[in-house]
Design a binder for this molecule. Structure first.
Ligand code: SAH
Length: 262
């Protein structure tokens, strides 16, 4: 999805800024850069500031006007240093990231940045379907362009990471209620078997343990591991008990214990 996000810079004056934008994009996993009439490009200064982002810079497309940069984009988001008049309602960066990622299913989403000195013109803002404003101090709200790209692409990155079904693909399914009840019944039995709980004197231990395990939200495999441990403890206990019964040391079998109050 991040490859469906395009950063568009309009008439950037300083090549160093273009390089810094490329680096910020690389850091955040973005790759599409389009330059509308850059003053100086390509340039060694841009390359130097791009650091590891030179390939991204070399692949940048240079076009003559904003239309050419965004023609294929169903959503065009203008980044504005000023809160404009009521004609535009600006999103904050987080809202922008959620919307942008959602809209990549329809095609490439463009994020448009203006000139260092004068920003985007009214006509260019009119070309945008949405507006985003980084809520900086109103007395000094204009960020360096590469910093603005950094902030917005960071929010996009966070949205991508939050969206990724990593754990769904890799994790075992969560234990269902019936499996949890199986665990609790087993735990109850095992705690009696090993002498930690005694009939009639259980107090609220099981209730507390239920809360503890529910809070941990174990998956199915984890519940199976826990039940394996319980079975092993029960087995060890009964083995010790039978060993003790057949030996001259009956004391061993009654040594396990624990607090019985809740
Ligand atoms: N003096 C210009 C600001 C130019 S900064 C003006 O007042 O418009 C260059 C570009 O960086 C801006 O056009 C905008 O795309 C981006 N930018 C800077 N600060 C921003 C902010 N607070 N929110 C969103 N974009 C910002």
């Amino acid at each position: 999805m991040p490859d469906q996000i395009r950063i568009v810079l309009v008439e950037t004056s300083h090549p160093g800024n273009i390089g810094a934008v490329a680096r910020a994009m690389m850091n955040m996993g973005l790759s599409q850069l389009v330059l509308v009439r850059p003053k100086v490009f390509p340039s060694p200064e841009a390359d130097a500031r791009a650091s590891g982002g030179q390939d991204l810079l070399a692949a940048a497309r240079v076009v003559d006007d904003l239309e050419a940069a965004v023609a294929d984009c169903p959503v065009v988001i203008g980044a504005s240093a000023r809160r404009r008049s009521t004609l535009w309602t600006a999103m904050d960066p987080r809202e922008m990231a959620a919307l942008a990622l959602e809209q990549t299913v329809h095609g490439t989403v463009a994020l448009v940045f203006g000139r260092e000195r004068t920003g985007l013109t009214i006509a260019e803002l009119d070309r945008c379907s949405h507006l985003v404003h980084i809520p900086a101090d109103p007395d000094y709200s204009s960020l360096n362009i590469a910093m603005a790209v950094q902030v917005l692409s960071y929010e996009l990155r966070m949205a991508v990471l939050a969206d990724r079904p990593v754990s769904v693909a890799e994790a075992d399914p969560p234990a269902a209620a019936a499996q949890m009840e199986g665990l609790f019944a087993h735990l109850d039995q095992a705690l009696h078997d090993i002498g930690f709980l005694q009939s009639g004197r259980e107090g609220r231990i099981m209730q507390r343990l239920r809360r503890l395990f529910h809070r941990a939200r174990p998956d199915q495999r984890e519940v199976n591991i826990l039940r394996g441990i319980l079975s092993a403890a029960q087995g060890a206990k009964s083995m010790r008990a039978s060993e003790a019964a057949s030996s001259d040391h009956p004391g061993i079998a009654s040594s396990a214990g624990g607090p019985h109050a809740s």
